[in-house]
Design a protein around this ligand. Structure first.
Ligand code: NAP
Length: 287
């Protein structure tokens, strides 16, 4: 129930009406019996500064940030966490006594299901398909895991070079860039294969970033991670399972980044299982 004391949380984006965040955050808030509400807040790019100033005036506790504001929000913050600086994007903002602080919980979300595997990552070669915004969180996550080396696959040489240069002064292990033509040589060495491209995402659900014929060349014990959460599982993850690999879907990262954000705002442990279940139910997946 909304009361006179209800505290405000939300997600800013443009568009934002398809965001799944209100589903999982409001489910967790209801489970905890707290007087908070989490709202979708559509903000046009040109309105970002006035919206953020308005949130402070309204006493908003914190908010998630999605496309197209993840980089544009940076100059409006008085504090930015080291991980958000490394990734170059903020997805979680909260109010401090003196202004807005921001971090990037995508890295924590990406890592959550991997840390649950309890592996020694020091001999792992990670191969990341795509070099966009989500790939940056995945590179930072792989660096935190302590993998031996990271390869990034892209289709544009210039973008790949810029991506690689952007990590030069960061504490990431060897970061090599590759084109898609090199996949047949790379797949047999890749014990952690991550898809950060939208290939295979709804509505083009039949597409795959790697052919099933190549997937069978994955090393024994490989983990295949698809950041896509609709459909669930993707054809890519189905092929990974058929090839004997462990498959992790994008819903785990979505839940993980949301749980990390909610914990920052509420300053207490949050019910991750409730958040996962609410999303699965919303998406019509088995719970
Ligand atoms: P982005 O910044 O647009 O990056 C997408 C990357 O994929 C770019 O490197 C792009 O290459 C590449 N790409 C696009 N279409 C391709 C194709 N047909 N073949 C090969 N490469 C292609 O997008 P993003 O924000 O990183 O998001 C990427 C995916 O991750 C989306 O599906 C998104 O839903 C998902 N995601 C999931 C979570 C989660 O919590 N599970 C979080 C963030 C993102 P070019 O630069 O050459 O175009």
């Amino acid at each position: 129930m909304i009361t006179g004391k209800t505290k405000l949380l939300g997600v800013i984006g443009h568009p934002v009406e398809h965001s799944l965040s209100p589903v999982m955050h409001n489910a967790a808030i209801a489970h905890l019996g707290l007087d908070y509400v989490y709202l979708p807040l559509p903000v046009k790019p040109e309105d970002l500064p006035v919206a953020v100033a308005g949130f402070a005036a309204l006493g908003v506790v914190g908010f998630s940030v999605t496309i197209p504001h993840k980089q544009a929000i940076l100059p409006l913050l008085s504090e930015v966490s080291p991980v958000a600086k490394a990734v170059g994007a903020v997805n979680t903002v909260w109010h401090t006594g003196s202004g807005w602080a921001g971090t990037n919980t995508d890295v924590e979300g990406f890592l959550a299901p991997l840390l649950a595997c309890h592996r020694d990552w020091s001999q792992t070669s990670a191969l990341i398909l795509g070099a966009g915004g989500a790939a940056r969180a995945v590179v930072a996550g792989c660096a935190q895991l302590g993998v031996r080396d990271i390869g990034v696959v892209g289709r544009d040489r210039h973008k790949l070079e810029a991506f690689q240069r952007s990590w030069v002064s960061s504490p990431v292990p060897v970061l090599a860039t590759h084109t898609w033509e090199e996949l047949p040589q790379l797949i047999p060495q890749s014990s952690l294969l991550v898809n950060t491209t939208p290939v295979g995402m709804y509505p083009k659900v039949d597409e795959m970033p790697v052919s099933p014929a190549l997937m069978v060349a994955l090393p024994a014990g490989a983990i295949v991670y698809d950041l896509i959460y609709t459909p669930n599982p993707t054809e890519f993850l189905k092929a990974a399972r058929s090839a004997g690999a462990m498959a992790i879907d994008g819903l785990e990262m979505l839940v993980g980044q949301g749980a990390a954000a909610l914990q920052i705002w509420l300053q207490q442990p949050v019910p991750v299982g409730v958040m996962r279940q609410s999303l699965r139910q919303h998406l019509g997946l088995p719970t």
